[in-house]
Write a protein that binds this ligand. Structure first.
Ligand SMILES: *Cc1c(COP(=O)(O)O)cnc(C)c1O
Length: 415
């Protein structure tokens, strides 16, 4: 792979090759990651990267945009159809820029926003103090019930009534259960607030009807395209409201971005095509079955799993309150045997966030490589065995050998 880079830049290639091998020989459990298809990779590596196309289809600030317009229009139309949305902006460079443009399209600087707290599974851009969203707006947060791990809608409603936010943001990065957009809409209406859903993680499940679609309930919906959607790294903004759509377009360009990444927009178009196929529905169904199989197996082995299971593509395992080992230690331990995941805070977290009591485990990436329940259950046992024998070097080496055999049966790069 990457023969040309290999020929002309040995220094860079040395690192690239190591990363290729890492991806090939690791069990990837980071819930926000996936393996992009060859079509997505081809588009991202295409000559579309050469073109400046500030503006929108048929309203550009540059010449030579005839075919670029066709491609962006294709991406817009396909993504609208995929989500059953009236309007779509496909230019945000990332999920975070999509959120910045979306929030700016609904409220003014200094207005109050109410989002899910970071330590309950929310995202930085939902009001965290070090993010633009916590700095430009007066931000408040809701969490989850410490016992159940679930969003307590009555509590959200109580906070909303007390604070009277202009905007409520729902959606999360580490929430294993279904979110009721309908209930959030009722809360938003009761305090006359706008409602925005950020479905960066669960967009793939929304597309395949495995999760409620937020569009009928929300003023704006944002998403990334590189997580469960399995497209290129980027963001999208959806709405059913024409006035809001016009504001979104202005806020993306020229508000916060310059020229669009046309190679990425091309990749978003092919992603939307791939995600409309029956094989993608089969894929997402399997992602969910695999997450449930893992959660059940962890529970069988005596682990505390936040909310006692999962409805989606991820689960949170409370390793600290199960075995007295922090999430950070587990992350490091598993990295040494080629299993990649991330530490994560749990509801009612008592450790510092850099230690964390839990780990977040997602099934989208390895399901793309072909893992089914059987393989994911094996992975649970590798993790369990590694944690319980963390000082036994030779046993850890044995588990790593098994990981290598398993990953080699599901090749990522087939050349
Ligand atoms: C990943 C994520 C984002 C941000 O995406 P980036 O592309 O990394 O900026 C935004 N919101 C949620 C809920 C996410 O999980």
């Amino acid at each position: 792979m990457y023969e040309h880079v290999k020929k002309i830049d040995k220094e860079l290639y040395a690192s690239l090759e190591k990363e290729v091998n890492r991806q090939e020989h690791n069990i990837e459990l980071i819930a926000s990651e996936n393996f992009a298809s060859l079509g997505v990779m081809e588009m991202q590596g295409s000559i579309l990267t050469n073109k400046y196309a500030e503006g929108y289809p048929n309203k550009r600030y540059y010449g030579g945009c005839k075919y670029i317009d066709e491609i962006e229009t294709l991406a817009i139309e396909r993504i609208k159809k995929l989500f059953n949305a009236k309007y779509a902006n496909v230019q945000p460079h990332s999920g975070s820029s999509a959120n910045m443009a979306a929030i700016r399209s609904l409220i003014n600087k200094g207005d109050k926003i109410l989002g899910m707290s970071l330590d309950s599974g929310g995202h930085l851009t939902h009001g965290y103090r070090l993010s633009f969203s916590g700095q430009d707006y007066e931000s408040y947060s809701y969490g989850v019930n410490i016992e159940t791990g679930l969003i307590d809608y009555e509590e959200v409603s109580r906070i909303a009534k007390e604070i009277k936010p202009k905007l409520i943001i729902c959606g999360a990065s580490a929430y294993p259960r279904a979110i009721s957009f309908k209930k959030f809409k009722e809360i938003a209406d009761s305090v006359n607030a706008y409602l925005m859903a950020d479905i960066a993680h669960i967009a793939g499940l929304v597309v395949t009807n495995n999760h409620e679609n937020p569009l009928p309930y929300c003023d704006i919906v944002t998403s990334t395209t590189h997580k469960t959607l399995r497209g290129p790294r980027g963001g999208i903004i959806l709405t059913n409201n024409e006035e809001i759509y016009k504001k979104v377009n202005r806020n993306v360009f020229p508000g916060i971005q310059g020229g669009p990444l046309m190679h990425v927009i091309g990749a978003k178009a092919i992603m939307a095509y791939e995600d409309s196929l029956p094989s993608y529905k089969t894929y997402i169904d399997q992602v969910i079955k695999n997450a449930k199989a893992m959660a059940n197996e962890f529970i069988k082995l005596g682990y505390k799993v936040v909310s006692n299971g999962t409805d989606n593509h991820l689960l949170l395992v409370d390793v600290y309150n199960t075995l007295g080992i922090s999430g950070k230690e587990v992350e490091n331990l598993l990295e040494s045997i080629n299993i990649t995941l991330n530490k994560n805070t749990i509801p009612g977290e008592k450790l510092p966030p850099m230690e964390a009591s839990g780990v977040r485990i997602g099934t989208p990436a390895m399901t793309t490589r072909g893992f089914k329940e059987e393989e994911f259950i094996k992975v649970v046992h590798y993790i369990d065995k590694a944690i319980k024998n963390r000082n036994n070097e030779s046993l850890l080496n044995e588990i790593k050998e098994e990981v290598l055999i398993l990953t080699s049966r599901f090749p990522l790069f087939k050349n």
